[in-house]
Design a protein around this ligand. Sequence first.
Ligand code: UD2
Ligand code: MN
Length: 553
Amino acid sequence: YIVTAFVLLWLTVSVVYLLPFLVASKEDPTFYDHRPANKKLNSHAEVPVDYHQVKQDQQVAEDDSPLKDQPKKVSPNLIGFNETKYLRSSHKNSDAYKLNAFNQVESDKLHSDRLIPDTRNYKCGSKIYPSPLPSTSVIICFHNEARSTLLRTVASVLNRSPPELIHEIILVDDFSDDPEDGRQLTQLPKVKIITNDMREGLVRSRVSGTELATGKILTFLDSHCECNTGWILRWVVSPIIDVINMDNFQYVGASAELVGGFDWSLHFKWDSLSSARRAKRKDPTSPIQTPMIAGGLFAMDKERFDKTGRYDTEMDIWGGENFEISFRTWMCGGSMEIVPCSRVGHVFRKRHPYTFPQGNAMTYIKNTKRTAEVWMDGYKKYFYAARPSAKGRNTVMGDISERVKLRKELNCKSFKWYLENVYPELNVPEPLDVEFGEVRQNEKCIDTLGRGVGGSPGLYKCHGGGGNQAWSMTSTKAIKHEEHCLGSQGSSVVLWTCISTSEDQHWEHNSMKQLVHKGSGLCLDSEGDRVQLSSCTPPRSSLLWSFTLSNIE
Ligand code: UD2
Ligand code: MN
């Protein structure tokens, strides 16, 4: 039975993944998240692991000794490699945090083979997989990665995988300042390196890694990961992405109850398992289908990768490629799964430590717009409604004809099919929605501030990125964000679960641009960054609201 299950997996699955990540960037509010204090984005890190499953002797040490978590013996893979010397020459100035967007000083104190807790479900240890398994080429691209995190990524692959499954490790140095960072690691077994002569970004770097690869399976990793025991379960694996804390480098297990999702602005997020997905799962060790991958850590069959269009190599630097590969995989006959017995830790950061030659906002627009235009059919209008800054911009996007052709050649299904069969959780604005977009007053917009039921939205500078500022006025006159609707509690405006018949959730957008609350007869008003209910008279500017992206054709 297990063998059959895996043969099936082998046939149908093409991409495996893992994924929790997502970070709100405070420093660049135009970029990947503008949403203040968005609980959803951080929820991943806050989900406690089932620590009873973690063996006591594998718990991360709490003491502060300089050689934390050092194993008793150096692993054979590292014999002859002078780790101390390698690390000594890495930048250790007071800007190390700024340089990496994580605490490099803390990372440097940790041994490359430090012990980390086994965060898997206890049943994973006794799973039996068919053999022989094909071996994999592991591809790790990096740009100015700290040496200690880069080394730990490579060392954890060597030390925590059955050696026969690791065909090679291909480092792609994406034009880092110091070519020695990667070059010295080729002293380790199986490690090869490709060095870019100019900055290419992660997509083109990964693709050049795959061109050199000769393993049957490709496995991609970010350059600041730690692979856990049993991570490389088989050819197609998507791990759960555990969290390596960017400040103290503690390794924390992530929830096994999440899949990858997104909103209409093409912003990746983690979704907790819907009841339908939960019901499909036989036991906590079985793979879970995921509509989307975070992007960094996955494995897939090399032949399939090559035959189905690899990546869109016109995408630059960072971002968007995970949407493209996810839509393509699902719509063109593959599937994506998270394999919960595979766990890989990743350092989630709050900002990019590296530059974007074209600016990060423009780069993200380019990459996501290419995805929307090629894959989202008529539904791309919701992308533009949620991210108006991507409208027009055809020059930024560039030529997509090759990818459109690829979609035809592969005979892929429609985006409608994807929404209905793969991601039914995504709320598609109804055709009857009266208005859709931001609810704006001057430069500010109503923003959920990441709050859920019972929380109050506030006003926040409009960012045009959708997300927490994406609302629709439904045909029943509710002002709706995902599954929450604006209602009241006293004079406060509060988010509630939508009830279409509720007078408390009924708003009339009248000809004077006021939003009149049916339940109380009062009007939506603002005071500072608060939204509240007050009298509709006398007329004043704090009562005026517009849906800025209304009338999508
Ligand atoms: C996530 C993914 C990442 C990628 C990205 C979307 C995880 C854990 N990470 O972002 O892999 O899919 O979403 O694009 O799922 N890099 C280069 N050249 C560049 C820029 C980055 O080589 O110009 C490397 C970088 O050193 C790192 C990898 O690409 O190893 C991903 O970059 P990141 O860690 O900044 O992205 P992350 O984890 O925020
Ligand atoms: Mn990363």
